[in-house]
Design a protein around this ligand. Structure first.
Ligand code: C2E
Ligand code: MG
Ligand code: MG
Ligand code: MG
Length: 273
C-alpha cells in the first residue's frame, strides 16, 4: 500500500500500485475498443403491469462480454465515467436499444443515463436528433437517472431534463431509497416515475419494519401522483406486498431476467398470441 508519511515526505515507490494503474489503463483501452467495435451489447429486462402482469416496457442494460469473461456494468460504467468514455458508451446504448425497440411496437423503452451525460450541455440536443434520425417516437422513451446529478449539478441537470421533457421524453428517478434523493427532488425536477431500489425490496425478507418504510415511501410518491416501479423483485411475497402498497409496475428476476433482444422478441410474440 502507498502511504504518505506526513508532510513533505516522499511517497514510497509501490510496485503494487503501479501494477494497479497499469491494469486500469489496459481496461480503459479495452473498453474504448469495445465501444467502437460494438462489443458492448444491450440486454433487456421486462417491466410489467402490477395489475395484469402484461409486459409494457423494457429496460436496456449494458453488457460487456470479453474473452476472459463478463465485466459487470458496476465496474465498466464508473470506469467509462472517469475516463471520458461515457458519452460514447451512452450514445451507443441509446442507438442499439432504439434499433431493437423498433421491432417491438407499442412497448416503452427505458435507458439508463449517467449523471455525467446529463451534465453535458449537448446531451439533450444529441438525443433529440438521434430520435428524429431513427424516426423513434420520443414518448416511448424513458431515461432513468440516479440522484447524484441532482446534487452535483442541479442547474445543468434541470436544463437537460426540461429540454428533453418538452419533446415528450419521460424521466424516472432510479434506485430511490438507497441514496439521498428526496421526495422533493421528484417534484422539483418533474420526474414521471420513481423506481424503488432493490435494497428496499430485499429488505422485505428480513424481520424488520421494511414493509412499513416501503409503504410510506410509495404513498408519498402516490400523493404526488408519481407512479412507482419496484425493481429487484425475486419472490412472490415481495411482489404481493409491493402491489398492495400501490406500485403499478414490477421488475425483477421473478418476472423476467435481462434477456437478449431475440429472447424478448419471442416473449412478446407469446404474449401477443
Ligand atoms: P439499474 O439501472 O438499477 O438496473 C438494475 C440492476 O439490477 C441490473 O443490474 C439488473 O440486472 C439487476 N436486477 C434486476 N432484477 C434483479 C433481481 O431480481 N435481483 C437482482 N439481484 N438483480 C436484479 P446490471 O445490469 O448489472 O446493472 C447495474 C447498474 O449498472 C444499473 O442499475 C445501472 O445503474 C448501470 N447500468 C447498466 N447499463 C447501463 C447503461 O447502459 N448506461 C448507464 N449509464 N448505466 C448502466
Ligand atoms: Mg435503471
Ligand atoms: Mg435501479
Ligand atoms: Mg441500481
Amino acid at each position: 500500500r502507498a502511504k504518505e508519511n506526513g508532510k513533505g515526505r516522499a511517497i514510497e515507490y509501490d510496485p503494487e500500485l503501479d501494477r494497479e494503474r497499469q491494469r486500469i489503463a489496459e481496461l480503459e483501452s479495452l473498453l474504448k475498443s469495445a465501444i467502437s467495435n460494438g462489443a458492448i451489447e444491450a440486454v433487456f429486462q421486462p417491466l410489467v403491469s402490477a395489475t395484469t402482469g402484461v409486459v409494457t416496457g423494457l429496460e436496456a442494460l449494458a453488457r460487456w462480454r470479453t474473452a476472459t469473461g463478463n465485466i459487470s456494468p458496476e465496474i465498466f460504467i464508473p470506469l467509462a465515467e472517469r475516463c471520458g468514455l461515457i458519452d460514447a458508451l451512452g450514445s451507443h446504448m441509446l442507438k442499439t436499444s432504439i434499433e431493437h425497440a423498433r421491432n417491438w411496437p407499442g412497448m416503452a423503452l427505458s435507458v439508463n443515463v449517467s449523471p455525467v451525460q446529463l451534465c453535458n450541455p449537448e446531451f439533450a440536443a444529441d438525443v433529440i436528433s438521434l430520435l428524429q434520425k431513427r424516426d423513434f417516437d420520443p414518448r416511448r422513451l424513458t431515461l432513468e437517472i440516479t440522484e447524484g446529478v441532482l446534487m452535483t449539478n442541479p442547474d445543468q441537470a434541470r436544463r437537460s431534463i426540461d429540454h428533453l421533457k418538452k419533446v415528450g421524453i419521460k424521466f424516472a428517478l432510479d434506485d430511490f431509497g438507497c441514496g439521498y434523493a428526496s421526495i422533493g427532488a421528484l417534484r422539483q425536477f418533474g420526474f414521471d416515475r420513481m423506481k424503488i431500489d432493490r435494497s428496499l425490496v430485499s429488505a422485505l425478507d428480513q424481520a424488520t419494519n421494511g414493509a412499513d418504510v416501503l409503504k410510506a415511501t410509495i404513498s408519498l410518491a402516490t400523493a404526488l401522483q408519481i407512479p412507482v416501479t419496484a425493481e429487484g423483485i425475486e419472490n412472490i411475497r415481495q411482489a404481493a406486498i409491493l402491489r398492495e402498497a400501490g406500485c403499478d409496475q414490477l421488475q425483477g428476476y421473478l418476472i423476467g431476467k435481462p434477456m437478449s433482444a431475440d429472447d424478448i422478441s419471442s416473449k412478446l410474440q407469446e404474449q401477443a398470441a
